[in-house]
Design a protein around this ligand. Structure first.
Ligand code: FES
Length: 173
């Protein structure tokens, strides 16, 4: 039987390095309070939107009052505290993912996003069904090309595999 790690915590389900990458980004800024906007940008780029947990973590690590972090996150309209759609896909456009086929993944996602928008055009206004975002590198270059779909990493994914994953969550063509 597999023993749990010494910390008693379960091992991560995926090779999702985003938390490690986020920690590294804050460390590069020496956890300085004046780097708040840059740190929030990195958090949003990695995780899609700024959750209360992320905001709390930023406040703690940068030694800032939580009210200040929330104030900045809500003041600038390029920060989002909510997922912008029912489903979120973040395509990594870092070098490793780009050369391994990320542009074809973006095309596949955009096709689906447009098809959903057209199908929903007659319905009552509501949140979009699919939001497509990009990141510079999500810290999983060995899994290139990678897409994070609703918080789950799809490693070495082809456009056809990605489309099958979208079918499963009801984002159909
Ligand atoms: S370039 Fe895509 S994970 Fe690093």
């Amino acid at each position: 039987m597999t023993q749990p790690p010494p910390s008693g915590r379960a091992p991560p389900a995926t090779k999702d390095n985003r938390q490690k990458l986020f920690e590294r980004a804050m460390s590069r800024q020496a956890y300085a309070g004046h780097a708040l906007i840059e740190v929030l940008h990195t958090a949003q780029e990695l995780f899609g939107h700024l959750t209360p947990e992320l905001l709390r973590e930023v406040a703690l690590k940068l030694k800032l009052p939580p009210s200040r972090v929330l104030g900045v996150a809500t003041f600038y309209n390029f920060f989002s505290l909510q997922p912008k759609a029912e489903h979120t896909a973040v395509v990594c456009l870092g070098t490793a993912c780009y050369v391994a086929g990320a542009p074809q993944l973006v095309q596949a996602l955009e096709r689906r996003r447009c098809a959903c928008a057209a199908a929903d055009a007659d319905k009552e206004a509501g949140p979009a069904r699919l939001s497509v975002q990009s990141a510079r590198c999500i810290g999983s270059c060995g899994l290139a090309p990678a897409v994070v779909l609703d918080g789950r990493i799809l490693p070495r994914v082809s456009a056809a595999q990605l489309e099958r994953e979208l079918d499963k969550i009801g984002i159909t063509a």
